[in-house]
Each structure stands twice: as structure tokens, then as C-alpha cells.
Design a protein around this ligand. Structure first.
Ligand code: K7E
Ligand code: CUA
Length: 665
């Protein structure tokens, strides 16, 4: 299609789009012709009481900052894993042990916005070791250990504004990749925003990820100041490359809705990271001063530590020839996805009237033949005709993201027309479509980003639910929909609500991680500085104005259970060790008037600290918050607080050592 006609189509598309959005969003009870017969669908998602799901699915929590773990096909919520937001439910991000996970160059940050869960891979397949996820707002990466489902590592990324196109893993988890969504002055500086085109830059970052506790920015490629939206590494033949969409090649800095939507073609950046490795190894690039936090959680001390990193390796494209090329891509592309064979690079041109598909092998030939149409800041732009494998016509309005099945077909989520379209690489023709309810963002097929996706289930991850659930005031749940993709036609099986906003998700066979789950932590291996491994270790001690309470919790009492000798002006640190050595016996801990920290939820063998700063004299109860036993209500104690300056001997009952130290006044 000639470019001029395509522009016309695009304009048409936007007006049709508005109408379609209206229709889809406001028509209650649309007939569900694409749904499997209700009883048939029910039997396919039914997981009987006591039976377990076939897959774990990890859904991003969007603006909740967390990750939600669901079972598939049932859609049952199994757990919320706190990552980038404080979680009052278990004290993550409040207590001394976990706060450091939220540390950044800006200090501790209580919240962020997660978008893309990404499972670790070996040889292009999910291996069940880790899950990575990004923080979009204050740019960070996190690693979740899939044996404990805890966040064990977070890394801030410097020279980045909006860590959106991340953290997609390479074939052997060599790197998780990331790109800056918002270009910013790099390094940061106080300059006029009107200097955007001249002074703002983007970066593409490669984060070393293959060793626990060792995440680091291996190198950053400094790129023109566009908005880099999403990325995907290559696989198979394209292993060693990574692809990033960019919108706003217009370099607009105001009214982006209009001003960043002018060009018919933006670009996908094709980055050869193996080439970058060679350049770095031969001394190319400079170590720029930087300041970014690396936070690591230890299962020995049950505590996180934070370290500030001070330099980062930055390379510019002209210093490393062959490290980056631009592929023209219509129009303001959002997603970019690489098919299971590694040959096709599929864009999600959200304002385009086609789904553009690039060919990796054509790209390599074009590079060899230097089939370039121009350069942008020393970066060769390959001719569209020389890299394009096909354009999928009639994709719907607003294609965003793609996933793949095991039969050579792709599925594209289409936001404005609220649907998924299925098409195949054999002829780039749409063969099926199914409505989603409503306004789908990402979609996910189990194993959909691996070399061998499964061909059974797909999730639609939707932004708007409107009339799908019982209404809950102005704020409604977002939702996922489970779709059967085993046949020629897609069929809807199930709706279930999600936490926050589910952007992307990934799922893995339960058998790959179920049996590796840690059931409790070995008390003997707990090296927390204030661990109390037995009740005999329980103690109170004073150091200036700080009172340390080493406390044990076991069904159904705390030791010590009564504490005296604290005064207003003191800070009390309750270090609570759960000394159970059995599965599924957490104890909670909360003290009245705790105004800085949330409760503790302490797993067996673990130590957690509640900071408690009394404001008024009196006697205050504390108690176990988790109904752990028949005598759970008895699991409580008191702390007595004297007025400031009144000396009361520090003592604790049921703590043999402390009791020996002195008596009450
Ligand atoms: Cu499309 Cu942040 Cu991946 Cu949401 S992004 S939809
Ligand atoms: Cu321990 Cu309730």
C-alpha cells in the first residue's frame, strides 16, 4: 500500500477507533458467540477442591508495584509477592530486614509500577529459577527467587527515565534487557525542556543476570532521544541480538498525543549485544560517574543490604560499528516480539493499519549489502522493503502485543477494537478473532516467549471490566480472561479479576517449580544478628535509648511476654524469631500504637524486626496476628512504658536471663 493511502487509513482508523471503543465499552451483555458452551468451558477450567492447577501464572501488579501468582486454568489467586511497594500485610518494606530492598539513589521509595514479569531461561526455555520484573517509575529491576517466591534482589538503573521496555531475558539469562521510555538529559542536568532534540538522550541497558545476587549494569548504549517502549531479545539464529520499539522519533516534548504521532514510520532498534560485548572487551566505552542502588536479600541473615554503585559503562554507537541498526516500522509501535524460531520480529504499530513483521535473515542480508536508506545520528536505517517479511492486513484497531503458539501462528492483542486476532506466518493472514472484555493490553500464552510455546491456554489481560463483574463503586477490578487456543478457533473459558493493572504475565508448568518450594527456613542456619533460636536466647537489653527485645514465637506464646523498663523517648526493636520448624505455621506480631511500621508476618525459622516508638506512658498489649493455633488468642503480652526520665529496671518475664538481671519496681 502506498504510504499516502496508509496515512489516510490511519486517520480513518482513529475515528473508527473512537466509535469502536464507545460501542465495546458501553454495550452490556454482548452476545458471547465465541465462548465455549458454558458447561464445556466450566469443565475445562474446573480444578476440583484439593486438586492443583497445571500452571503457575505470574501477573504483573501494575500500579500496585507487586506480582500476583495465580493457578491456571482455575484463575485462583495463590499469592501476592511484594516487590517494589511496601506491603502492610507482611511488613515487607516496613521492617528493618526488607526496607533496603526499596533503597534507591533517591532514598527508600515506598511504591512503584510493575509491568513485565519475565521468567529466567536456559537454552530458550523457562527453567523455573527466577522471575524478573521492572519498576517503571524509578527505574529498577527485581529478581524473585521461585523457591521462596520472595524478592531477593533489586537493581536501580542509571541514565534512564521510565524503565518500561524491560526486563526481558536473553536465551540463557545472560542479560535482562531494558530501555528508557522517556528520554532525559544524560547525565541528568538542569536544562530547558525546549532543548529536548538537542540534549535529551535514550539508553539501552544490558543487565547481567545469570548469578543470584550479582545483578549489575554490564553496559549501556547511548541512543538518540526517542521514546523506547518495549524490547525483546532474539533467540535461536537471532540470539545475540535484541530489538526495541521506539515511538516519538519526532522528538516531541509537548502534546505528544498529536506531536509524537506524525511520522508514518518510527523505528525498531536492532542491537547486537554480542558485538557490544566485543567492543567492551577491547576497551571501548567509558566509565561514567553514576549513583545507583544494588540491594540483595540474604536467606542466611534474613535481611537485605544495600550498596551504592558509582560508575557505569556507557558506549556510543559510533564507537562500536555494527552494534545498532534501525528498522523502519509503522506507526508509533508499542510491542515488539520475536517468534519461537527467532526469525520473525513482530511490531505492534499501535496507530498502524497493519501488523509489520520483520525478517531477521533479511535484516542480516541487508546489513551485509548496506541496504540503508539513511542514518540517524550515525545509526544506519535499513530500507523497509529490505527487512520486511510481511504485513498482516486487517488486524483491528490498535495492535499492541504478540505471543506465539506451537503451530506457527501468532496472536495479537488489539486495544481499541478490544480483540485478539490470530494469524500465521505461512501467509500473514488473519484466520480468527475473538473479542476481549475490554480494552486488552498484553496477552500471554504459556511459554509464549520461549522456543517451544505450549498450545493450550492464552490469557487476555484487560484494562476495563465495566459490566463483567458485580460493580464496586467507581473503582472496578481489571481482569484476565482465559482462552482455549488448542483448536483452530479460539474459545473463551473464564474471566477472573486481577490485582492492580495486569500488564504482562508469564506462566510455567507447575511441575517445574512446585517441588522446589522451600517449606520453612532452617533455624540452625539463621544468622540474623538478633536471632533467638530457643527461648533461652530470648532477652532484653538496652543500648542508650534503644531497647532490643530478642523474642521467640511458637504455638502459642511469645518469650518474653511481659516487658518493663521502657520509657517515653526510647525506641524498642522487637526482633521476633519464629522458632517453629514446620510448614505453614507463620506467626504474626503487632504492638498497639505502632505508627511507623506495619505488622510482622514471620515465617518458620525467620527473624523479623518491628520498630516501636512509644509516645505516651502506659501499658500496651502486643499479640500474634495470624490465627496459628487453638490458643492463638492467648498468644500475647504487654510492654510497660514509664514517663521520660523515670528509671524502671529493664526486665522481661519468661526470659530466664533477663529475669535474673533484676526485679520490677
Ligand atoms: Cu503494553 Cu507497560 Cu507492556 Cu501495559 S505495556 S499493556
Ligand atoms: Cu501465633 Cu497466632
Amino acid at each position: 500500500m502506498p504510504r499516502s493511502r496508509r496515512v489516510g487509513m490511519t486517520l480513518l482508523a482513529s475515528s473508527v477507533a473512537a466509535v469502536a471503543l464507545y460501542l465495546f465499552a458501553c454495550t452490556p451483555g454482548r452476545p458471547v458467540s465465541t465462548m465455549a458452551g458454558a458447561s464445556d468451558a466450566a469443565s475445562r477450567v474446573y480444578v476440583a477442591p484439593g486438586a492443583m492447577d497445571e500452571y503457575y501464572a505470574f501477573l504483573s501488579g501494575g500500579f500496585s508495584g507487586q506480582v500476583a501468582v495465580y493457578g491456571l486454568p482455575s484463575g485462583r489467586l495463590l499469592r501476592v509477592i511484594p516487590v517494589f511497594s511496601q506491603n502492610a500485610e507482611n511488613g515487607y518494606g516496613y521492617n528493618a530486614e526488607t526496607r533496603a530492598m526499596l533503597n534507591t539513589s533517591f532514598g527508600e521509595i515506598p511504591w512503584d509500577d510493575t509491568h513485565h514479569p519475565s521468567l529466567s531461561q536456559t537454552d530458550g526455555m523457562h527453567d523455573g529459577r527466577w522471575l524478573f520484573i521492572n519498576a517503571n517509575n524509578t527505574p529498577r529491576f527485581a529478581r524473585i527467587d521461585l523457591t521462596t517466591m520472595e524478592t531477593v534482589e533489586t537493581l536501580e538503573v542509571p541514565n534512564t527515565g521510565g524503565n518500561h521496555g524491560s526486563p526481558f531475558v536473553t536465551e540463557n539469562t545472560e542479560y535482562v534487557i531494558g530501555a528508557t521510555r522517556f528520554s532525559v538529559p544524560i547525565p541528568q542536568a538542569d536544562i530547558p525542556i525546549t532543548d529536548f532534540a538537542k540534549s535529551f538522550k535514550g539508553t539501552i541497558s544490558f543487565i547481567k543476570a545469570n548469578e543470584m545476587g550479582q545483578m549489575d549494569v554490564a553496559f549501556q548504549l547511548l541512543v538518540p532521544g526517542f521514546n523506547y517502549d518495549l524490547g525483546r531479545p532474539g533467540k535461536g539464529p537471532s540470539h545475540g541480538w535484541a530489538f526495541f520499539t521506539s515511538y516519538n522519533t519526532e522528538q516531541a516534548y509537548t502534546k505528544l498525543e498529536v506531536n509524537a504521532s506524525k511520522n508514518d514510520y518510527d523505528v525498531i532498534a536492532a542491537v547486537n549485544w554480542k558485538r557490544l560485548e566485543e567492543c567492551v572487551a577491547s576497551g571501548t566505552g567509558r566509565n561514567w560517574p553514576a549513583n545507583y542502588a544494588h540491594n540483595v536479600y540474604s536467606h542466611a541473615t534474613h535481611s537485605a543490604t544495600s550498596e551504592m554503585k558509582k560508575t557505569v559503562k556507557v558506549i556510543e554507537p559510533d564507537e562500536c560499528e555494527g552494534s545498532i541498526y534501525y528498522l523502519p516500522t509503522p506507526k508509533s509501535p508499542h510491542g515488539v516480539d520475536v517468534d519461537p524460531t527467532g526469525e520473525y520480529i513482530v511490531g505492534g504499530g499501535k496507530l498502524a493499519t497493519v501488523i509489520p513483521v520483520h525478517s531477521f535473515s533479511k535484516m542480516m542480508k541487508a546489513i551485509e549489502a548496506k541496504a540503508f536508506e539513511r542514518e540517524i545520528d550515525d545509526i544506519p536505517v535499513i530500507k523497509y522493503s529490505e527487512v520486511m517479511a510481511g504485513e498482516v492486513q486487517n488486524p483491528g484497531l490498535g495492535p499492541l502485543h504478540n505471543e506465539f503458539d506451537d503451530k506457527g501462528c501468532a496472536y495479537t492483542s488489539v486495544f481499541i477494537s478490544s480483540e485478539i486476532v490470530k494469524w500465521c506466518f505461512s501467509d500473514f493472514t488473519v484466520v480468527d478473532r475473538i473479542p476481549t472484555y475490554y480494552s486488552i493490553g498484553h496477552l500471554m500464552i504459556v511459554g509464549g516467549d520461549t522456543k517451544k510455546p505450549t498450545g493450550k491456554y492464552m490469557l487476555a489481560l484487560n484494562k476495563i471490566t465495566k459490566d463483567r463483574y458485580l460493580p464496586t463503586g467507581p473503582e472496578l477490578a481489571q481482569s484476565a480472561q482465559l482462552i482455549d487456543i488448542s483448536g483452530e478457533k479460539m474459545s473463551l473459558l473464564l474471566d477472573f479479576p486481577t490485582i492492580g493493572e495486569p500488564h504482562y504475565a508469564q506462566a510455567i508448568e507447575a511441575s517445574l517449580i512446585r517441588d522446589k518450594q522451600v517449606k520453612f527456613f532452617q533455624l540452625a542456619e539463621n544468622t540474623h544478628p538478633y536471632v533467638a533460636r530457643t527461648e533461652a536466647d530470648a532477652a532484653v537489653s538496652r543500648s542508650g535509648k534503644t531497647v532490643h527485645v530478642k523474642m521467640t514465637a511458637i504455638r502459642s506464646h511469645f518469650a518474653p511476654d511481659n516487658i518493663e523498663g521502657v520509657q517515653v523517648g526510647d525506641t524498642v526493636l522487637f526482633h521476633v524469631t519464629n522458632i517453629e520448624q514446620d510448614w505453614d505455621v507463620p506467626h504474626g506480631f503487632a504492638a498497639m500504637g505502632s505508627w511507623s511500621d506495619a505488622e510482622l508476618l514471620v515465617m518458620p525459622g525467620q527473624t523479623r524486626t518491628l520498630k516501636w516508638i512509644p509516645k505516651f506512658p502506659g501499658v500496651y498489649p502486643f499479640y500474634c496476628t495470624d490465627f496459628c493455633s487453638a490458643l492463638h488468642q492467648e498468644m500475647s503480652g504487654y510492654i510497660r512504658v514509664a514517663p521520660s526520665g523515670r528509671s524502671v529496671v529493664l526486665q522481661a518475664t519468661t526470659s530466664p536471663r533477663a529475669a535474673a538481671a533484676g526485679g520490677a519496681q
